[in-house]
Design a protein around this ligand. Structure first.
Ligand code: TYC
Length: 149
């Protein structure tokens, strides 16, 4: 990915990412991601080449996307929360269909813990808060937690 912009010598240049400056005159070599030659503010006004040369800026924006940390949201088993309530929680807050919700609920019931989904930190935190608030409102001891993936 490269962007090209040209400027006359002496004009200020907006910097975008790493900038490679190339003097478009004979004899200039290019090495990527390095400033080769800058004429900004250093060229004599008017130049000495009869206006035949110009300065180009090639910006090569290095992709800087980072993968976000991911967190698993888990439901914990208990002896009191009704199965139907847990299925409803999985449908309502984790967008599960009834079949998947029932499968996950039974997994938690039998194994003590089970995964509802994997999310970025803020989404996971929101889900945990929503589930805990909803369980408390209905006076069920259901516990929902998150753990780093
Ligand atoms: N063990 C509960 C019951 O027998 C059901 C249950 C399932 C509770 C999953 C919590 O996360 C849970 N009523």
């Amino acid at each position: 990915m490269a962007e090209l912009a040209a400027s006359q010598g002496g004009k200020p240049i907006t910097r975008l990412g790493r900038i490679i400056m190339l003097r478009l005159v004979r004899g200039t070599s290019a090495r990527s991601n390095q400033i080769l030659q800058s004429s900004a503010g250093s060229e004599p006004p008017g130049g000495d080449d009869g206006g035949r040369s110009s300065t180009a800026i090639v910006t090569k924006a290095k992709p800087r996307t980072k993968r976000p940390n991911l967190y698993r949201v888990l439901l914990l088993n208990d002896d009191y929360t009704p199965m139907e309530f847990v299925v409803h929680v999985l449908e309502r807050f984790f967008n599960k269909n009834r079949e998947d919700a029932t499968r996950i609920m039974l997994h938690v019931h039998q194994n003590g813990v089970g995964e509802c989904g994997v999310f970025t930190y803020e989404v996971a935190e929101t889900k945990v808060t929503q589930v805990m608030d909803f369980a408390r409102k209905h006076q069920h001891p259901l516990q929902c937690v998150m753990e780093k993936n």
